[in-house]
Design a protein around this ligand. Structure first.
Ligand SMILES: N[C@@H](CCC[C@H](N)C(=O)O)C(=O)O
Length: 276
């Protein structure tokens, strides 16, 4: 089966995006892994599949697969690319697009200069819903890894995130520690791991070791989770610039009971065709 796709990225977090509205597409874990290979496939951090909605109040449904083939609940950079994709492919002429995800929905607004704002919804802080093994909700938890104790925050933006504060993000052991925390027993569905350096109340630097993909150049849900964690710890203001390896995202969060808003770019690199 020959399938058309777009290669896109949001600040270097890269995607293969497939229109499953106008084409018939069948994917399984092995197919996704094969396509994700950067030497023998298309190469990407995540694959996004654009489908017709299942709910009348939604414009589309989109599904997200990590490079390891696992299907996940949410993807911030992917949501912005998804919005650009449906406009470029003329699947929608709207500037505001409502999309169903595996765990809920998101509202996407196309802005000038290839920027997209995403209403990411409210963060989830109840441990059982993240999911994270802890007695009760807290801004800081103590997590033991190989005999050492780390202070972490746990937040779900639809997908699970663990956030650590570091003094120098450039020197942080992102790969080694990220890999261990991703599969820590207290995160039964694995977890994305963010390493945050607070520069001021409105500027942070962040590197993220993503569940199912490894360290990426940017993670949208990770940026949202880091700002939520920083605000819960009393370190950040409402509007924060998050500097990731691939560039900057603007995140704003009023506080508990409010949605997190994320603004950043979405870029198409090329269009192609591939045999599945
Ligand atoms: N890159 C994404 C997050 C993709 C999913 C994540 N790896 C997970 O497993 O939850 C983003 O921009 O949010």
């Amino acid at each position: 089966m020959l399938v058309r796709f777009s290669k896109m990225h949001g600040l270097g977090n890269d995607f293969m995006v497939i229109d499953a509205v106008a084409q018939r597409v069948r994917l399984n874990t092995d197919t996704v892994k094969r396509l994700a290979d950067r030497h023998t496939g298309v190469g990407f951090d995540q694959l996004l599949l654009v489908e017709p909605p299942t709910r009348p109040d939604m414009d589309f449904r989109y599904r997200i697969y990590n490079a390891d083939g696992s299907e996940v609940e949410h993807c911030g950079n992917g949501a912005r690319c998804f919005a650009r994709f449906v406009r470029e492919r003329r699947l929608s002429v709207k500037n505001e697009i409502r999309v169903e995800t595996a765990k809920g929905s998101a509202l996407l607004t196309l802005l000038p200069d290839r920027q997209v704002e995403v209403n990411m919804g409210e963060p989830v802080l109840q441990p059982v819903e993240i999911p994270f093994a802890a007695e009760q909700e807290a801004a800081i938890y103590r997590l033991e890894i190989e005999g050492q104790c780390y202070e972490v925050s746990a937040v779900s933006m639809g997908n699970p995130h663990c956030v650590l504060l570091v003094n120098d993000v450039a020197q942080a052991p992102v790969k080694q520690l990220g890999r261990l925390i991703e599969r820590h027993a207290r995160f039964p569905q694995r977890v994305n791991v963010g390493f945050m350096q607070v520069m001021s109340r409105s500027q942070i630097q962040l590197r993220v070791f993503e569940r199912g993909a490894g360290e990426t150049q940017a993670c949208g849900t990770g940026a949202c989770a880091a700002v939520v964690a920083g605000r819960l710890r009393g370190l950040l203001d409402e509007q924060v610039d998050v500097h990731l390896t691939g560039g900057k995202l603007q995140i704003s969060w009023e506080g508990k009971g409010s949605p997190v808003l994320m603004t950043g770019p979405a870029t198409t690199v090329y269009e192609g065709q591939v045999y599945l």
